[in-house]
Design a protein around this ligand. Structure first.
Ligand code: NBP
Length: 477
């Protein structure tokens, strides 16, 4: 038998992806470093489709029809390089290695270049949707050669999630590292979305005085409107869950220190390199980091600040409506920042990424899937050169409508001493962008004063320097 696709690395993600291919009618060769995992997969799920179990790399490669399509689902980093080194010598020109792990896009660029020299197509494919997505349909963000997508695309389209309009949640994102770059920013946006939801929860709890169960109901209501999304939906589930052992709300028995695996941090690191202000995503990464500093937090517990006091019931309900506006406006800003980073990466690396297509493939399968993404897609489809999502008329109008409440919520947070770094960063970004004059002019003056760094003038071309230590006359630099 010859398999149309092979999957090596059969932990949760690889196993479910292999099953997804098999359930869609493909013959799938399966392989794992530890053979017991391969056997377990075929024993447990063999009846779901056609699997070819391979114990060795040679058997695995021999089982694949040519050109070979070999999906690698191992732990990102060194294991990916180890697997490539093991398999590449067994492959022939025209074969494809698809890395579905969470690789850093710079690693993907290097691997693609090295393998291209040997005639092998390397496809760095970001996959989102977790375990369930891998099985029932993830959002897939493949980067690599056009030829490899011609061969692989139809298969990926088949196993991917489908948006509400039936469109598959996969597209050829661009060359080499483009797919993993877009997956990285997806995860950065995911961090920001989660942080904003967390802040909304804390405001509803500490300022409005609602219980977790009541807040779950509020999120359920929000989920029927413009905030309709997977993350809002699961937030309601988590908040309404009661701990069996104590009878307390589950959220109250979980240690409040958030962990991270790195893709959010990469999004911010790369944004710093590209010079893109992704302040909302950065605050989300820092908020997780702050939560994890247990010793610092306990040393700070006695610092002075207001005690949040709960609102009366009608006030609380009105406040909840304002929080919805603040959350929505801040969410628009997070996506604006994330798409700006993708546009900047695309420009820097010559990827020519279609931003509307990216929004389109995030509509289903992935963690940030949301009704809202359909509107982002529409905005970019209408104007592919849109300078920013905030320049889209619809989004601009929605923010205009939300901004009074957005500001009121921020005021309440500050007055009551509830930390809302995500809301605050989003609002500051918005006000910074729309400001006709920024204090950057003063910054330039300071830089010129202490370092003769020069400045440009509003009324004349050229670079200028003021003789600060002398007669303060101006010279052309
Ligand atoms: P893990 O990231 O836990 O990786 C485990 C797999 O890597 C096993 O098959 C293991 O083989 C294999 N492996 C390791 Br570790 N070192 C190896 C080496 N040197 N040579 C060959 N194989 C090696 O699995 P996962 O959670 O299924 O994730 C797979 C990839 O998908 C990762 O890159 C992850 O970042 C990405 N991803 C995960 C999720 C998710 O929700 N979990 C979502 C999206 C993307 P063994 O069985 O022999 O130890």
């Amino acid at each position: 038998t010859s398999a149309q696709i092979g999957v090596t690395g059969l932990a949760v993600m690889g196993r479910n992806l292999a099953r997804n291919f098999a359930r869609n009618g493909y013959t799938v060769a399966v392989h794992n470093r530890t053979v017991s995992r391969t056997k377990a997969l075929v024993e447990e799920f063999g009846q779901e489709g056609d699997f070819v179990a391979a114990e060795t790399a040679e058997e695995f490669v021999a089982a694949l029809e040519r050109p070979r399509r070999l999906v690698v689902m191992v732990k990102a980093g060194e294991p990916t390089d180890a697997v490539i080194q093991e398999f590449a010598p067994l492959l022939e020109p025209g074969d494809m290695i698809i890395d579905g792990g969470n690789a850093h896009f710079a690693d993907t660029r290097r691997r693609e270049r090295e393998l291209r020299e040997r005639g092998i197509h390397f496809v760095g494919a970001g996959i989102s949707g977790g375990e369930e997505g891998a099985l029932h349909g993830p959002s897939i963000m493949p980067g690599g050669s056009v030829e490899s997508y011609q061969s692989l695309g139809p298969m990926l389209e088949k196993i991917s999630a489908k948006a509400a309009d039936g469109a598959p949640c996969v597209t050829h994102v661009g060359p080499d590292g483009a797919g993993h770059f877009v997956k990285m920013v997806h995860n950065g946006i995911e961090y920001a979305d989660m942080q904003l939801i967390g802040e909304a929860y804390q405001l509803l709890r500490d300022v409005a005085g609602y219980s977790p169960a009541q807040i779950a109901d509020i999120f359920r209501t929000w989920n029927t409107g413009r905030l309709d999304s997977y993350l809002i939906e699961i937030t309601a589930e988590v908040l309404s869950h009661v701990d069996a052992a104590t009878g307390k709300p589950f959220v109250d028995v979980v240690v409040d220190q958030a962990e991270q695996k790195g893709t959010g941090r990469w999004t911010v690191q790369i944004a710093l390199d590209l010079g893109v202000p992704v302040s909302g995503i950065a605050e989300a990464v820092f908020a997780r980091s702050l939560s994890g500093h247990a010793a610092l937090r306990s040393a700070s517990r006695d610092l002075a600040g207001p005690q949040p006091s709960a609102l009366s019931e009608p006030e609380a309900a009105a406040f909840a409506d304002r929080v919805e506006q603040a959350l929505y406006a801040s969410k628009i800003v997070s996506y604006t920042q994330g798409f700006h980073e993708i546009a900047a990466g695309s420009e820097e690396y010559g990827w020519d990424i279609d931003l509307g297509a990216v929004a389109s493939i995030w509509r289903g399968g992935c963690i940030i899937r949301a009704a809202f993404l359909d509107r982002i897609r529409a905005a970019y489809d209408a104007r592919p050169d849109l300078p920013s999502l905030l320049s889209d008329e619809t989004f601009a109008r929605e923010i205009a409508d939300a901004q009074d409440d957005w500001r009121e919520v921020q005021i309440a947070a500050v007055r009551q001493g509830v930390a809302t770094p995500g809301f605050a960063a989003a609002l500051a970004y918005y006000d910074g962008l729309r400001s006709p004059r920024l204090p950057a002019a003063l910054t330039q003056g300071q830089r010129d004063f202490f370092g003769a760094h020069t400045y440009r003038r509003v009324d004349r071309e050229g670079a200028f320097h003021t003789l600060w230590g002398g007669d303060r006359g101006e010279v052309t630099a």
